[in-house]
Design a protein around this ligand. Structure first.
Ligand code: NDP
Length: 388
């Protein structure tokens, strides 16, 4: 498929609109009057709003408002056409602010089936609700991008994948770093062998959970959270390690790591230290925590070089440094064309249009929940090695 830039350019790289506008330019030069100019070369214009895929955003909480919605405002191929919320006043207010035509509640959610302006649904609800709303949206005939972690249990994830197949619709899990330029660049370097054979990956992701912060309340309540720190934040290091490894582990193990008398962690774990081994000889280990100062980092060691990403999975300003031994190394650079939030929804829109699998499909979300559940089984037995 031609991209917008190619469409604007003629065979020799000249703008298709150049000749008429060039005449106007000449006129302007001779008369000294105002006159229109041709589109500048190389401008990559967004699609007109009507041509972009329409999206419903489900759950207007902190991540939806602070990252997802602003991401749509930067997107080129996706636009918001509906909000779904249990708070009608908030939904109406936000819809007016962002020019979103329709709002739905959770009770009349299934009416989206008749809404021709909704092609895709973005589930930004607490984890315990992901499976129900994903499956309802798929049954309504919509493609679904669901936030991470995919769902509470392996069985729920399997049901979501099956529902997507039955509906012949795309299901993606919102692992945004797969659309973040620096992560993409580090992945490219690993895959191209710039580090030599990969030997070891280490990743840490956590923060100190404030139980009074409203979005933390459901995160500390298993029915809505599904799991604890490993589900919510540790999954970034796990998924990032697997993205760089580009291979599947054959065993996992883990131990719980948090003060056992901490009142925050009655139903979910406050920390988990995990390990994975791979048939190639690669190994990975990491930590997730609701008890340590916020951070996200991944370091990948190859036989001949290593890359340290710190932060690895923040919203903005991720950093990476490559070194070959004891040298201080050099920064890895990648120019972001637009944010990972915009790139992610546009990537999903493209996948649905071209009927090609999304970069982070439901099967990837299922894989990660399976691995984390195996880690929990290991930790429940004091850290035994579990074959996967
Ligand atoms: P919030 O608590 O801020 O928002 C969740 C929203 O879900 C609420 O505002 C509410 O929206 C709706 N909701 C429906 N039922 C409930 C309920 N019983 N309890 C609480 N909320 C409910 O959470 P976040 O925005 O932080 O997280 C939402 C999702 O996004 C999660 O899946 C999380 O893992 C994911 N996330 C992903 C991030 C990433 O980097 N990819 C970062 C942060 C979160 P309404 O009032 O409109 O009905």
């Amino acid at each position: 498929m031609m991209d917008r830039r190619q469409l604007l350019l003629g065979a020799g790289g000249l703008p298709l609109v150049a000749s008429a506008a060039a005449t106007a330019q000449t006129a302007a030069q001779t008369t000294g009057k105002a006159a229109g100019q041709p589109l500048p070369n190389g401008v990559d214009l967004p699609e007109p709003p009507k041509k972009r895929l329409g999206w419903a955003v489900v759950g207007l909480g902190s991540y939806a408002i602070n990252q997802v919605i602003p991401g749509f405002l930067q997107a080129d191929e996706s636009r918001m056409t509906a909000f779904v919320s249990g708070n009608p006043a908030k939904a109406k207010d936000l819809a007016e602010r962002y020019g979103v035509a329709k709002t739905y509640g959770y009770d009349d959610f299934d009416k989206i089936a008749a809404d021709k302006d909704i092609d895709c649904v973005y589930i930004v609800l607490p984890v315990g609700l992901h499976a129900e709303y994903t499956i309802r949206a798929l049954k309504a005939g919509k493609h679904v991008l669901c936030e991470k972690p995919m769902a509470s249990t392996v069985e729920e994830c399997e049901a979501m994948v099956a529902a997507a197949k039955a509906a012949n619709r795309q299901l993606g899990v919102a692992y945004r770093v797969h659309f973040e330029p620096l992560n993409i660049e580090v992945k490219r370097r690993c895959k191209q062998g710039e580090l030599g054979d990969l030997r070891y990956i280490t990743g840490d992701a956590g923060f100190n959970a404030d139980p009074q912060y409203p979005p933390m309340k459901w995160r500390l309540d298993k029915p809505l959270a599904g799991g604890g720190s490993m589900y919510d934040i540790g999954i970034y290091a796990l998924n990032g390690a697997l993205m760089l490894a580009d291979q599947m582990p054959d065993s996992v193990s883990a131990v719980y790591a948090y003060p056992k008398d901490d009142p925050r962690f009655k139903t979910v774990e406050g920390g988990l230290n995990w390990r994975m081994t791979f048939p190639s000889g690669l190994s990975a280990q990491g930590s997730s925590s609701y008890c340590y100062a916020g951070g996200s980092r991944i370091k990948v060691f190859g036989a001949s070089a290593a890359i340290n990403m710190d932060p690895a999975s923040d919203y903005y300003d991720n950093r990476a440094n490559l070194h070959r031994g004891w040298d201080p190394g050099t920064p890895v650079r990648a120019a972001p064309p637009y944010t990972q939030f915009a790139a992610q929804v546009d990537g999903f829109s493209q996948a649905t249009r071209s009927n090609t699998p999304h970069r982070t499909p439901g099967e990837m979300g299922l894989r990660d929940i399976r691995l984390i559940q195996a880690m929990y089984r290991s930790a429940d037995q004091g850290g035994v090695v579990v074959k996967v």
